[in-house]
Design a protein around this ligand. Structure first.
Ligand code: ATP
Ligand code: LTN
Length: 336
């Protein structure tokens, strides 16, 4: 019965530029899991987006498989979701070209991620970095996506995707659905443990501020014990003046489900020497089963291959329909 009711579609992706972090998990993957029962779910490993920075080919290949293993280990079910690797579905590159012709130089120049990454990689400000959001719009629009669960940093790209889709629809008539970004209430921007005014990121030069999903309990505990706080001793949420502590509270809230009030009460009079290891332990308890399951899945290459082969087949079916519609609308002669 339930299968006859057409569900709305959630679509998201992560680029395999490094090992997934607690930020990617709390900001994106955890939210995907929660939405799975309500939405048809499609999750991509955006390997094409990864080469906007220089990647060692062997590392990119390893990260790609590792990321798929972590998707599954986090609780996403390959029987119910489509998982695929972006470069396996050629329609992404093709729709991206078309959408590039409906994206404006000015709007692409204004993207915060482009400005940040350009400043960070001043010797490699390539065309791919600039048109990155166009490929991302193609990813989303190929699948008639309704919602895109992402972290705060990707909100701007989803907004741009809507603008591009709207512009195209304005010229050619209703073609694309307009997708909406969906952010978690807490955890949409997990900050670095060592520099709490910077986002926790998988491509950071040093990983001292980032918790990697593959970190052992020991490493996780060490990183939390060294987390930057402030010179007070009270556990109180104040995102302006107590960035480090507020970030730790947000993490603790995400992994325990406790509210900020409850957390303040729990650590009343206890100080950071008690608070920081408690956050570390709660994070270990959340990540340990995921890490163990990911390692088990990663050892079974044949299983992983069957998942991404089947995913590419299903994704291509949907993507090719959308691309044909677009090619027709813009006036390309149908291939005999
Ligand atoms: P990179 O360092 O290569 O730019 P990243 O670590 O910033 O990568 P992405 O691959 O860009 O992570 O993001 C994957 C998903 O996780 C996106 O939806 C993004 O919004 C979310 N995300 C990443 N980092 C965080 C974070 N620190 N807090 C919340 N969400 C995050
Ligand atoms: N740019 C995103 C990754 C990404 C994505 C997408 C997210 C690529 N294509 C489509 C949502 C929908 C990032 O996390 N940096």
């Amino acid at each position: 019965m339930e299968d006859n009711v057409k569900k709305l579609i959630q679509y998201s992706a992560i680029k395999p530029t490094g090992s997934l972090t607690l930020g990617s998990y709390l900001g994106a993957i955890k939210n995907w899991c929660g939405l799975c029962s309500e939405y048809s779910s499609i999750f991509c490993i955006a390997d094409m987006h990864s080469i906007t920075i220089r990647m060692d080919p062997a590392v990119l290949r390893r990260n790609t498989l590792e990321q798929l293993a972590y998707y599954i280990a986090s609780g996403l079910d390959p029987e119910k979701c489509i998982f695929y690797i972006q470069s396996h579905v050629h329609e992404h590159a093709e729709l991206s070209w078309v959408l590039g012709c409906y994206s404006m130089f000015g709007e692409l120049s204004r993207m915060t991620q482009f400005k940040d990454k350009s400043a960070k990689n001043a010797d490699n400000i390539n065309g791919g970095l600039f048109t990155y959001p166009v490929l991302m719009a193609a990813d989303i629009l190929l699948y008639n996506t309704d919602i895109v669960p992402v972290g705060e940093d990707q909100r701007q790209h989803v907004e741009l995707c809507r603008d591009i889709a709207n512009r195209f629809n304005g010229v050619y008539g209703e073609t694309f659905k307009l997708p909406k970004a969906v952010l978690p209430k807490v955890g949409a921007k997990v900050m670095s443990l060592t520099e709490p005014d910077k986002k926790m990121s998988k491509s950071d030069d040093s990983d001292a501020g980032s918790i990697l999903l593959k970190d052992t309990d020991e490493v996780i505990m060490r990183k939390f014990k060294r987390a930057v706080t402030d010179c007070e001793t009270c556990v109180r949420f104040d995102a302006e003046n107590k960035k480090g502590v507020s970030n730790l509270m947000a993490i603790y809230s995400c992994v325990t489900g406790k509210s900020f009030d409850e957390i303040e009460r729990e650590f009343d009079g206890k100080g950071y020497g008690v608070f920081k290891p408690a956050v570390g332990e709660a994070v270990c308890d959340t990540l340990r089963p995921i890490r163990e399951e990911a390692n088990r899945i990663l050892a079974d290459k044949a299983y992983l291959e069957s998942v991404y082969a089947e995913g590419a087949r299903k994704a291509s079916q949907i993507a090719s329909r959308t691309l044909s519609k677009v090619y027709k609308k813009v006036g390309f002669v149908k291939k005999p």
